[in-house]
Ligand binder design. Structure first.
Ligand SMILES: C[S@@+](CC[C@H](N)C(=O)[O-])C[C@H]1O[C@@H](n2cnc3c(N)ncnc32)[C@H](O)[C@@H]1O
Length: 384
């Protein structure tokens, strides 16, 4: 129950003041929260339809008449940030700390603050909406995902400049939700790959990290505490940071890329996450690697080998990889399947698994295992 008491609280407790209510045709929330987690109430297609429609469907936010002055000047904005109370989330769901996003057991258990779940200590939900029209105390908006009757607790103008312009990172499962719900791409992050390539003149480079569940990759790599992991052409460093969690502080992760921008932002991330066992450096991986002999347990080349100037120098690169690998150490190569797609590397530079194996065999490696990742494949090698 929202306490709408407008007097100040003598005990210093926080008191919310309801400023209005949402009115629309949506009677049931997409997700329901219980004390055992959250559940999707409809199938994914129905959810997609609802989310896609939300951009056109109109909701009315009826502000209390006595508060009408609070809206003065709001019509000068095209978009607003609406904070509302998930009034249908049961009290018991406020005690949850972790949920499977969207109630899906194929997604990891994630802390509530890493999700947009309605089950949270304070069920405050936030949506950016388009303001279509204001009529006195009624705001007609589109894009609001609140159900009918939701109490509104605040509205602010949406100002693009207030939000970060930095490279925004989200976990693979969240990317998958976006792709699936948008319904204009596969569930495997292909749009992210494409966007990465297009973004900022290829500065970011494409990453395969969100095209598959990275757990699939790391289950295969079988990294253990104390291992040394070398990520060559690490790009934004998603694999390196995941590996950092697997090898722990007793281990070491080297993340090397020739693009200064990647390494600068990766260093910021390393600092923010306190992952001092990750060493990132600007390096051309076709030159001598700044890594000692025989010290690496697993070396990763994730969607790097097909790059023409890397492929041309594959002999030198493989020589360096053999030098730095421990005896019995592994080289893991991830590449995109050689198929025409409107995203990712052009088909003619993609490599068939057989080509990768042939090249690696030529330069002193034998195959240990091969796994299909859907859009990509992973082959592990060791020195002959
Ligand atoms: C397709 S991206 C893959 C990034 C990362 N491995 C991933 O999958 O998330 C290829 C990366 O290889 C890097 N790269 C290409 N040639 C390189 C070279 N000669 N030396 C170092 N990095 C290189 C690019 O800068 C880019 O970050």
């Amino acid at each position: 129950m929202v306490n709408t008491d407008t007097s100040s609280s003598p005990s210093g407790d926080m008191v919310l003041r309801e400023v209005g209510r949402v009115h629309n045709e949506v009677k049931k929330p997409i997700l329901t929260a219980g004390d055992d987690g959250i559940k999707l109430q409809e199938n994914l297609d129905a959810v997609k339809r609802r989310v896609q429609r939300a951009d056109d469907d109109i909701s009315e936010i009826v502000i209390k008449e006595e508060m009408i002055d609070i809206l003065h000047g709001i019509e000068d904005y095209s978009h607003l940030v609406v904070l509302y109370w998930a009034h249908l989330a049961p009290e018991t769901s406020r005690g949850l700390t972790r949920v499977h996003p969207m109630g899906r057991s194929d997604f990891p258990l994630v802390g509530i603050f890493g999700t947009c779940s309605p089950a949270r200590p304070n069920p405050v939900l936030v949506t950016v909406v388009r303001l279509r029209e204001r009529k006195k105390n009624v705001l007609r908006v589109s894009g609001l995902d609140a159900v009918d009757g939701s109490p509104v607790i605040d509205i602010k103008p949406f100002v693009r400049e207030f939000y970060t312009r930095e490279d925004v990172r989200i976990p693979w499962w969240m990317q998958r939700i976006c792709d699936e719900v948008r319904g204009d791409g596969s569930s495997t992050g292909e749009h992210r790959y494409e966007a990465d390539h297009k973004a900022e003149g290829h500065r970011r480079g494409g990453s395969s990290f969100t095209m598959h569940d990275p757990k699939l990759v790391f289950d295969e790599l079988k990294l253990t505490t104390g291992d040394v992991f070398l990520d060559l052409g690490c790009g934004p460093g998603d694999y390196a940071m995941y590996a950092a969690g697997c090898v722990g502080e007793m281990g070491t992760v080297y993340a090397l890329d020739r693009v200064d921008f990647h390494i600068t932002s990766l260093k910021r991330r390393i600092g923010a996450e306190g992952a001092s066992h990750v060493q990132a450096a600007v390096v051309d991986i076709t030159d001598r690697l700044p890594v000692d002999d025989a010290c690496v347990d697993v070396c990763l080349l994730a969607t790097v080998l097909h790059i023409p100037d890397v492929a041309r120098r594959a002999k030198a690169l493989c020589g360096e990889i053999r030098r730095v690998l421990k005896p019995g150490g592994r080289l893991a190569v991830i590449e995109c399947h050689k198929k025409a797609r409107p995203y990712g590397p052009p088909e003619h530079i993609r490599m068939f698994p057989a080509e990768v194996k042939e090249l690696m065999s030529q330069y002193g490696f034998r195959v240990l295992s091969e796994v299909d990742l859907g859009f990509n494949y992973l082959i592990q090698f060791t020195a002959k």
